[in-house]
Ligand binder design. Structure first.
Ligand code: G3H
Ligand code: 13P
Ligand code: ZN
Length: 321
């Protein structure tokens, strides 16, 4: 089975009111864990590859690994560039056959962000590829400096609903990553904080009122940073801070219901893999066969992905809709 186009996955997810898991892939074990969980739970999946992943694994290895995943599975799989930072990188991935790319010029001013996004959109649309862009800036709620804040939008780093409409119209992007207090990594919030879900509803409504229908929004930084994984890592010699904090899964469920069609998860996979590896190496210090510590680590990632797709994103069971 060939890759499935991102457009098809989005259309079905919007219709079925579920979210697609967009999981970051850096190596074979992560990929196997994601694919096995999604295959067993009959979930469509987006595999996403960052510039760092391409640098770490070599684009050719990643391409061949994904070809292998496609040939051993039956589920729909799309391949996406995560956080492309230049037109050239996006073009490279489009030319390699990615079904979607993200151009992230969210650190630029509005006009420049539109200009760069539009350039990628123009190329992508001529080559059967779709484009995610980002408006607002993902610094997270802990750095929220309010209405008087940063330079990227009228409301500091957060996405402003009316600007989102203008941005989509002017850039022609096919999906939009929004900033609603989300951020990357394992230290997202100080204490008990939440995503700005009211803002998310207003963004979705503004796009719909502007005639853009059920426009797909993307939630980056959607790891929930499970406490039990941080504890497990620390129990076996790790040193994750006591202030780790992720997005409560209840927030992700609301985001899914409101219309975040693509939900990006990387940190949680990293933590599961690290916890699994550390446990074996701690308990069996004489072990030096990588298969002995990578297999349990892969199993932990697989169970984490299974939990996300079944209980949080609700895309399990939708592979063959
Ligand atoms: O959003 C960032 C992703 O977690 C990818 O991270 O650039 O370290 O591969 P990376
Ligand atoms: P996390 O760091 O929360 O996993 O976010 C990943 C992400 O947004 C990838 O683009
Ligand atoms: Zn991201």
């Amino acid at each position: 089975m060939p890759l499935t186009h991102t457009t098809d996955l989005f259309a079905k997810a919007l219709k079925g009111k579920y979210a697609l898991g967009a999981f970051n892939v850096n190596n074979m074990e992560l990929l196997q864990a994601i694919i096995e969980a999604c295959e067993e739970e009959k979930a469509p999946v987006m595999l996403q590859i960052s510039k760092g992943a391409r640098h770490y694994a070599n684009p050719v290895y990643l391409k061949k690994l994904i070809e292998a995943a496609v040939s051993v599975s039956t589920i729909p799989i799309a391949v996406h560039l995560d956080h492309g930072d230049t037109f050239e990188l996006c073009k490279e991935c489009i030319d390699e056959g990615f079904t979607s790319v993200m151009i992230d010029a969210s650190h630029e001013c509005f006009e420049k962000n539109v200009e760069i996004t539009k350039k990628v959109v123009d190329y992508a649309h001529k080559h059967n590829c779709v484009v995610e862009s980002e408006l607002g800036h993902l610094v997270g709620a802990q750095f929220d400096d309010g209405e008087e804040g940063g330079a990227h939008s009228a409301s500091g780093h957060y996405t402003v609903p009316d600007e989102a409409v203008q941005f989509v119209k002017e850039s022609g992007c096919d999906s939009l990553a929004i900033a609603i207090g989300n951020s990357h990594g394992a230290y997202k919030f100080k204490g008990e904080q939440h995503l700005d879900l009211e803002r998310l509803k207003l963004i979705k409504k503004a796009l719909s009122d502007a005639g853009m229908g059920d426009y797909p929004l993307v939630l980056h930084g959607a790891s929930s940073v499970p406490k039990h994984l941080a504890e497990e890592i620390n129990k076996y010699g790790g040193a994750m801070g006591t202030d780790t904090a992720g997005v409560p899964e209840a927030d992700i469920e609301v985001a899914r219901r409101v219309g975040c069609t693509k939900v990006n998860i990387d940190t949680d996979l990293r933590m599961a893999m690290t916890a699994g590896i550390r446990k074996v190496l701690w308990e069996k210090p004489k072990e030096f066969d990588p298969r002995k510590y990578l297999s349990p680590a892969r199993d932990l990632v697989k169970e984490l992905v299974r939990h996300k797709i079944k209980n949080v994103l609700c895309c399990a069971g939708h592979a063959f809709d």
